[in-house]
Structures are given as C-alpha cells and as structure tokens.
Design a protein around this ligand. Sequence first.
Ligand code: ZN
Length: 248
Amino acid sequence: MSYKLESQQIGIELVDAHCHLELFEDYKIAISDARMAGIRWMITAGGSRASSNAAIKIAEGKSVFAVIGIDPSAPPEDSSFIPEISGIIKSNKNVIGIGEIGLDYKVSKVDKELQKKIFVDQIKIAKELDVPIVIHARGAIEDVMRIVDEQKVKKALFHFFEGDEKQARHLADKGYLISIPPIESSKRKRVINSLELSSIVVETDSPVVGRGPIDVIKTVGWIAQIKGMTFSNTAVEITQNVKKLFSI
Ligand SMILES: [Zn+2]
C-alpha cells in the first residue's frame, strides 16, 4: 500500500512545516490537493515584503498559517518591513513566527555583515514576542549556529537542514527542530539517524523544491523506514513536533 493511501485511510494528519504557497499558479488548488491527501496543516513562509504580505493573505488559520520576515536574499530596502513585523504578529493570530530569516553565503548577493544585522534584528523581535524563528542557512551553517547561540534563541526550526549529524545533534540538544526536505541523501540519512524523532519535522519548500505539500508523505515514509517505525507512529510524532513549536 502506498503511503498516500495509508495516510488517507487511517486519517493521519500531516504537516508541511515549510512551503511557499504564494508561488503556486493556483494556491487554492495546492491547498485542497494537500488536504485531500491528509496534509492537515501547512506553514507558508515569506522572505521579502511582497512574499510576506502574500503569505499573510493566504493564511486563513484553518489549514494554513504564515511566518513572515526578510530572508538574506531579499533586496536590502525590504528591511523597512522589519519594524512592522511585531504589530502584524500581535494583531493576526494566523501569523505564527518569523521566517524565513538567516544567512546565505551561496546565492545571496547581499553583503554578509548586512545579512547578519537583518537576521539579528528579526531574532530580537521573535524573542520579544516569544514566537519561533524559521531559519534559512545556506553555505552559512556555522555563522548561523554561532548567532543563534549568542542571541540565546529559544524556539527555532532549521528549514531545509543542510548540516551534518554533529551539527544536527548540537541543535537538537538545544531544543531546536531540524526540518527534512523531500530530497534523500546519505548525509541526510545520517542526520536522521543521529536525531530523536522529537527533533525532526518535514517540509517540502514547494513549489521551489517539492511539487506540493503532498510531498511530505514520501519523506515521512523515508524517516519511518530509517527509524524502523510504522508510518503512522512517525507521522503522529512529527506532526506533534510542529504543533508544539508553533502552538497550533
Ligand atoms: Zn523556503
């Protein structure tokens, strides 16, 4: 039996911890397809002023919640959005965190020092509001880990985790969640092996990487296999991890 059928039949509720619904040609279809396949919740992420505003519009608080923020590749003038974040989160219960935010030394053309300032400014707001941050770290995991340590971040999800098992363990010991995208690799398998299931969540980053939120099903199946657990027990615990971090 395919995982898709299994999750439909036994009514498991899955979560896509990170997607970009505003980038779909028709996000309403993406949401309804996901819902039909057992994806009960989706967290859609902003990364610029425009995409954050789009995420706010899409998040209805039933199936879809938003995180908003300025990512390290956004045009630096978008940092004028940062002072608005606090007011938006306080007045909109469907906006449940700040992200994606972080450092990108691979793709972003933004000066590294400016990236760090934009990252830290948003971490401070998240701490004030006691909401989680969703972290983007590309070619920059060491600097991100150092900043998160220095800032004594309490609640964080490492989106599309690219680090190794040692880094994963360090972050899990601090209580952060490691998000696994729908791309299997031997490095990622070692990361999954080294973590307790209580530190693991799944995401699609769709439509950038996965085809849609529905792709979390395959990743949950892969993790279940690695952990030697049933699909349903794995799914239930992963869903619980996301709900707990974001208080959904
Ligand atoms: Zn993303």
